[in-house]
Design a binder for this molecule. Structure first.
Ligand code: C2E
Ligand code: CA
Ligand code: CA
Ligand code: CA
Length: 278
């Protein structure tokens, strides 16, 4: 019994150190990826159900690691943990601004890009006005950027976060709460933060037409948002039945493979020209 105890302890600590090593490796390759600019972004349309049109896109990061693509889900948490997330966030914001200028120059005005920013970045206070400076540097109006608050590891709560959010909102940017209803994205954030838009997580949407309880929750979230004067985006919509149900529940916007996968920037102008709701 004694031996077993020691073996399983050794086994467990081996597992832990393997995990730590892997993470350390990932951190190092992330650092060099930031140095070398090995990132690009893709854009997923967000469809307005009211106007039956597209004017918004979510900006999603892609990492080309030695020729293969790494999912942000596999590196964002590590970037958050090791303080690399603001560099990545700045990189994404710059790419988004450049593309927005491109579209404006081609005559596509009134486009809004949703940029993901980790709640972590809001609490650290390092960014204070730099995001607005970036937007102004490109001569863009703050109204054309929505910041999506995301969180994959629990961030320390503090007043800096609220101050920065207010500053961005007062300047004209909009604020969306990502993945609402999952993990740490909760009612408490809705209570404390100035939120314009709430994004219902794909987890609720994907079973909504099969599981009655999920439909009830989605319906309740939409009603709550309406009562609070907040707009709602349903994420991860893949099926016509889901679109129909969301329309009948009064959802404002839809994002998901049903309308489009994330697109390379060079495809955006033609997408905007060709888009038809029906
Ligand atoms: P998210 O912000 O919830 O983004 C939506 C994710 O769902 C994206 O995955 C998108 O490609 C995927 N998706 C969209 N529609 C559908 C659908 O109909 N079905 C399914 N199955 N999936 C759909 P992606 O691009 O792999 O991003 C994963 C997560 O990584 C994002 O989730 C976000 O939390 C994070 N992320 C991505 N880019 C950034 C970034 O620039 N900064 C930060 N901080 N996080 C980012
Ligand atoms: Ca998001
Ligand atoms: Ca989301
Ligand atoms: Ca997510």
């Amino acid at each position: 019994a004694k031996d077993n105890g020691r073996n399983s302890y050794e086994f467990y600590s081996q597992l832990l150190s393997d995990k730590a090593n892997k993470e350390e490796q990932l951190k190092l390759s992330l650092e060099s990826a930031i140095e070398n600019n090995d990132f690009c972004v893709v854009y997923q349309p967000i469809v307005s159900l009211k106007d039956k049109s597209v004017t918004k896109f979510e900006v999603l990061i892609r990492w080309n690691k030695n020729g293969s693509w790494v999912s942000p889900a596999d590196f964002i948490p590590t970037a958050e943990k090791f303080g690399l997330i603001s560099k990545i966030g700045d990189l994404v914001l710059n790419l988004a601004c450049i593309e927005l200028c491109n579209l404006n120059n081609k005559g596509f005005t009134n486009i809004v890009f949703n940029v993901n920013r980790s709640i972590y970045e809001f609490s650290s206070g390092v960014n204070d006005a730099s995001w607005l400076d970036t937007i102004k540097k490109y001569d863009l109006s703050p109204e054309s950027i929505c910041f999506e608050l995301t969180e994959s590891v629990l961030a320390p709560e503090n007043d800096r976060c609220i101050t920065l959010l207010n500053k961005l909102q007062n300047a004209g940017c909009t604020i969306a709460l990502d993945d609402f209803g999952t993990g740490y994205s909760s009612l408490n954030y809705l209570r404390r933060f100035p939120i314009d838009t709430l994004k219902i997580d794909r987890g609720f949407i994907s079973e909504m037409t099969k599981v009655e309880g999920d439909a009830v929750l989605v319906s309740a979230i939409i009603s709550m948002a309406k009562a609070l004067g907040i707009t709602v985006v349903a994420e991860g919509v893949e099926l016509k039945q889901e679109v129909d149900m969301l329309v009948s529940l009064g959802c404002d916007y839809i994002q998901g493979y049903y309308f489009s996968k994330p697109l390379l920037p060079e495809l955006l102008p033609q997408y905007l020209i060709d888009f038809k709701y029906d």
